[in-house]
Design a protein around this ligand. Sequence first.
Ligand code: CA
Length: 458
Amino acid sequence: MTEFFNQVSRRKFMVTAGVSASAVLLKGCLGNPPETGNTGRKSSIEPVANIKPEQKPETTKAKLGYIPIVESAPLIIAQEKGFFAKYGMTEVELSKQASWGSARDNLEIGSQGGGIDGGQWQMPMPHLITEGLITKGNKPIPMYVLAQLVTHGNGIAIANKHLGKGISLKLDTAKPLLSQLKSANTPFTAAFTFPHVNQDLWLRYWLSASGIDPDTDVKLLTVPAAQTVANMKTGTMDAFSTGDPWPFRLVNDKIGFMAALTAEIWKNHPEEYFAMRGDWVDQNPKATKALLKGIMEAQQWLDKFENRQEAAEILAVKKYFGLSSPEVLANPYQGKYDMGDGRKIDDKSMAAYYWKDEKGSVSYPYQSHDLWFITENVRWGFLPKDYITNGAAKAKELIKKVNREDIWQEAAKELGIAATDIPSSKSRGVETFFDGIKFDPEKPEEYLKSLKIKKAGI
Ligand code: CA
């Protein structure tokens, strides 16, 4: 494993000719093209004249999908502040996705078919799409993970009817309530916006850390964020896991409270990622690096706290997040969370970070984090255990294909990022969760063995 994470990987781009024939054939047959009304305007900023000839992108166009939560900010800021255009990507189109399922469908058809070339993803969606596990007809569609977009900014919201019943980061005193709901045939119901990825995994980790089996003690299901809020109002939904600004809205509207921030479950955790179709990257290696440079510059801009009020104002507008006021984002952006149950967090280290956090690079896509997401998928029986047994050979093979940290490194160097901001290992090392459990990426099988609640027979 050490060898796996530390090997020097400088894969050259394989430039493949021609557009994807299947994407052309599928045009108009499949999918869920984004509404034109939701498509962001093209950047009007002209590129700087001094792009080195050898770095000039093959195309000025890319169509990137996003979901209106804080994870998408680097894409929106790169567009609005002209950072994409600065590196020659003058015709980037941002396309708001109605749901994660739509994003997946649009990625499948590609921009030639009216869909998208890539964008914002929960993990490990790019790996599952590459394996053909969540695509139509189980068709494998290679994707490349190119950067992490953000850490923190997510949490677990609970319906207000459960205030004062012990539902918090730890659930020991809430256990009788959960068993009572289960025996009354009205199990505690918690929602996420797409199965087997971040929000599902945060809920599962949080519940099982307190000895609650997410598969038998409660009911978990996929529901779009807006619908979940409606269900919480009517009392049919007990909890859901999502990103800012939804938690603030719930608390502000007195619909719910926050049991936990993901920053409390796992400080400086991996959250969502920038990933593209592999064929797009293979055909447009310089444009890929130009997109990455724009995103990296946006991430650095976003991490300056003095820019965050402006960031909130840019994101709040109708065509992006559609918030009643930028203040909905401005407080969480400073690490200020009214949890709605009397708890107030005012700690900048709990805010969303885009470029760097206490542990180092946020933007760099550590392969050890891909391995955690895959290991959790094995834990809950979503992936067969042979991904992790035998030294995790199968998981490593998949990660090597999908995680293109080598491209991130090349873009960072071309951008002149300080060597101290470019990680020297593909592993961030041992990770520690709030319940004291440790994930050693050198030993994922031992991590699974150490967990009491799991589905995998490991
Ligand atoms: Ca998220």
